[in-house]
Ligand binder design. Structure first.
Ligand SMILES: *Cc1c(COP(=O)(O)O)cnc(C)c1O
Length: 402
């Protein structure tokens, strides 16, 4: 099909939640390269929003999915699933957690986490502890509860009233949190680096104070690692960099390497918030998803992609700082590992994204005029080295030079 025809189909038949998309349709991919229906190749430095951690069509993932699909795709959670237990074990052995619950997306993982926190206190006879505190500019998903937790009002406004019990405070402002965390709060939910909000890192000092406050006031700490998790920040999980351990953590994005899948992980204590019948899912943790998850997480761990994210991330950070010294349009370089935000000034991040696309590079934007790089974890220093002059050219083309 011609690109115009594909775009036409979308305009006629698809609910318009994505507006005018980037005018391209991809047909195939290999590693960092995506090939369009028009036969043009693009270098992917966005990985489908931090999803395609192994790059595109990684043989380990392709083989795991095709082999499992040929054997059994679905069976339901009324039966035991071998790969479900194996993937849960792998995640537990590599994290703080004792127990895992699988979901189909990040939003569902956060829904499960929020429900678990309320369930935990209601089972202890403290149903009055039902409130959540989250951060302004955070992102936790698009379901009603997770959008209520999300710190962006425009995502909530058309769907009022929001579910009750969600309070917001500013990131890295401990006195605000301290004041908000009263006796009716059951959980605090936060990302170690706010991705959609503009790649805004929480400080170690803040996170450690949050942990201490949670311990002192009997509040559960939920870390949403849907974007930061599974190697992206140069640690397997974002919390590891800060010497704090959550009670509940959520994952998705990289978990299935591109196959839709999420997870909620919890300590034994927090996991006691769910009893049989309290929660469930028809599809989640099925044989196909777990085969994909085992391949993706296995590859991240066995090929040490976390170390690569750290190494190449540091290289990219250094190169971007060099560029910042040359170009006044780069206001700040933020993030950790391969979760990189470049805040721009005097040029519009969306225009930079479009120009990069014209030059054959896929990048993203987030938050306040911030260019966002989330390359597959297999990206090399050479890939970054090649991109830097393109970004420089684009910024100068848009008037962001000296
Ligand atoms: C993407 C994202 C989500 C939502 O995940 P979906 O799979 O789109 O539901 C939640 N939290 C964070 C931090 C995310 O980046």
């Amino acid at each position: 099909m011609k690109l115009e025809e594909i775009i036409d189909l979308d305009h006629k038949y698809y609910v318009n939640t994505f507006g005018e998309r980037v005018p391209v349709c991809f047909e195939s991919g290999k590693g960092l390269v995506l090939k369009s229906t028009e036969g043009k190749e693009y270098i992917d430095l966005f990985a489908g929003v931090a999803v395609s951690a192994l790059g595109h069509s990684h043989p380990a993932l392709v083989n795991a999915i095709t082999e499992q699909a040929a054997k059994l795709i679905h069976c339901s959670n009324y039966y035991y699933v071998e790969s479900q237990g194996k993937l849960a074990k792998l995640l537990v052995e590599n994290s703080f957690a004792d127990k895992v619950f699988f979901t189909n997306s990040g939003a569902e993982a956060n829904e499960a986490a929020l429900k678990l926190a309320r369930g935990y206190y209601s089972k202890k006879g403290q149903a009055e502890k039902f409130e959540f505190v989250s951060l302004n500019h955070s992102f936790h998903g698009r379901t009603l509860a997770t959008v209520a937790a999300t710190g962006t009002e425009k995502y909530q406004a058309p769907f009022a009233p929001m579910p009750a019990g969600f309070k917001k405070v500013d990131a890295n402002n401990f006195p605000q949190l301290d004041a908000a965390a009263g006796p009716s709060v059951c959980a605090i939910i936060l990302e170690t680096i706010m991705g959609e909000g503009g790649v805004i890192p929480l400080t170690t000092d803040y996170l450690q104070k949050v942990r201490k406050l949670c311990d002192e006031r009997d509040i559960l700490m939920i870390i949403d690692e849907v974007q930061t998790g599974l190697g992206r920040t140069g640690n397997l999980f974002g919390y590891e960099a800060h010497g704090v351990v959550p009670d509940i953590m959520t994952l998705a994005k990289a978990l299935g390497g591109g196959f839709p899948m999420g997870a909620m992980l919890a300590s034994n204590k927090a996991a006691s918030g769910f009893a049989p019948g309290d929660h469930g899912s028809t599809y989640a943790g099925g044989p196909l998803a777990c085969a994909a998850g085992l391949a993706a997480v296995g590859e991240i761990i066995n090929s040490n992609l976390t170390a690569n994210a750290k190494k190449v991330g540091e290289f990219a950070h250094a190169k971007l700082l060099e560029l910042q010294a040359e170009l006044p349009s780069i206001k700040e370089v933020r993030g950790q590992g391969l979760m990189i935000g470049v805040e721009l000034t005097g040029v519009v991040a969306g225009d930079v994204k479009s120009k990069c696309f014209e030059h054959g590079y896929l990048v993203g934007i987030a938050g306040n005029n911030t260019l966002r790089l989330l390359p597959p974890l297999i990206v090399t220093e050479k890939d970054i080295q090649d991109f830097i002059p393109v970004l420089k050219l684009v910024l100068i083309e848009l008037g962001g030079g000296n």
